[in-house]
Ligand binder design. Structure first.
Ligand code: 48N
Length: 323
């Protein structure tokens, strides 16, 4: 029998109103009311303002109820995207826009999603995208300056924060950040020529801070998310990068990684977009992770291929889904 829900003073009062000292909650009401409220506060903080009352457990329950409900909902997802960099977020945006019926879970190892897209290159803030990638910027609503064959977003953070806010506004998409994919769920899918062939059927996850300490703590077992389709966009090789394709090699599903080649913008970007595909059954790879599989060149500080690889990854995913 669960304990009776605690009640506290003012619990019935609207939580979205600011409190004037007079004790009467100011209804959130129209923007004019809110403006009045802000003005009233700005003029008289000492005499005319206090927050609505709260009990700490209300905050805890507001967070944990939602998080664990999400874990329950997305334990069976339709699509899992691994990595919330520019490619993963672009993929999520296209899926969110086109298929509100699909449950999409994004697993991002870092606390802060966005990957390498918070800066344009060598800590410079402006972000370059070669045409025709500006079509994606227009669709998302990111302003840019037109420089002929390419466009410039004045700050990479403007691109990433705008895209992130669009993705997070889709009700069917859930971002689990500070969470690492530590392994892949597999199912046998043998063929006469490949008796050990598998298909991907979801991901194995853990808190990133746990993943980083498996070497100095005894077994801290993971969690799982089942999904018929995983889209991996974990970036090129590095401390976290290229995770899923490296796991495919260690499982004997692909022979070896060709490894990312030297920088050649013109070659790299077309290859990454055109090469975005299902690498093994149930696993699509996009963005710079793909360069490790195919031995594609790197493109350096230009991001058009990332967003259009995301567009293609979403297209490939829907073709598989609707097949
Ligand atoms: O930004 P990245 O690294 O990857 P992409 O492919 O979205 O964008 C790549 C782009 O930023 C470039 O590298 C540019 C174009 N430069 C190219 C060049 O030539 O130098 O995002 C990958 C995300 C990151 O946020 C990681 O934290 C995350 O994936 N991640 C993971 N998340 C969960 N589980 C994992 N195992 C994992 N590994 C990486």
């Amino acid at each position: 029998m669960s304990p009776p829900a605690a009640t506290f003073p003012n619990e019935a009062a609207p939580l979205n109103g600011a409190y004037l000292k007079k004790g009467l909650p100011v209804k959130s009401g129209t923007p004019a009311d809110q403006a009045k409220t802000l003005e009233a506060m700005a003029k008289n903080w000492e005499t005319n303002f206090s927050f609505a009352p709260i009990r700490e457990s209300q905050v805890s329950r507001a967070m944990t109820r939602r998080y664990f409900a999400d874990l329950d909902t997305y334990a069976e997802s339709d699509i899992v995207i691994v990595g919330a960099g520019s490619c993963g977020l672009s993929t999520a945006y296209m899926l969110g826009k086109q298929r509100p019926d699909l449950k999409v879970a994004i697993i991002e190892a870092s606390v802060s999603p966005g990957g390498g897209a918070w800066l344009g290159g060598q800590l410079f803030s402006a972000m370059v995208m070669r045409k025709p990638a500006e079509a994606f910027l227009r669709d998302v609503g990111v302003p840019f300056e037109d420089e002929g064959d390419f466009v410039v977003v004045k700050h990479a953070a403007l691109f990433t924060s705008t895209l992130l806010s669009r993705v997070l506004s889709f009700p069917n998409i859930k971002l689990f950040n500070a969470t690492t994919v530590e392994d892949l769920i597999t199912r046998p899918s043998p063929t006469p020529t490949h008796p050990h062939r598998i298909r991907i059927a979801g991901v194995v996850t853990n808190w990133t801070l746990v993943s980083l300490h498996h070497d100095d703590q005894s077994c801290m077992d993971p969690n799982t998310i089942n999904a018929p389709l995983v889209i991996s966009t974990t970036g090129h090789d590095g401390p976290f990068g290229a995770f899923c394709v490296k796991r495919l090699v260690s499982m004997g599903q692909i022979e070896k990684l060709e490894g990312m080649r030297g920088l050649d913008m013109n070659t790299a970007e077309d290859a990454i977009v055109k090469g975005t595909r299902e690498v093994v059954e149930g696993l699509i790879v996009g963005g710079m992770e793909l360069s490790e599989v195919d031995g594609a060149n790197r493109m350096g500080p230009t991001f058009g291929a990332m967003v259009l690889s995301g567009v293609k990854a979403a297209e490939e995913a829907l073709e598989i889904f609707d097949a």
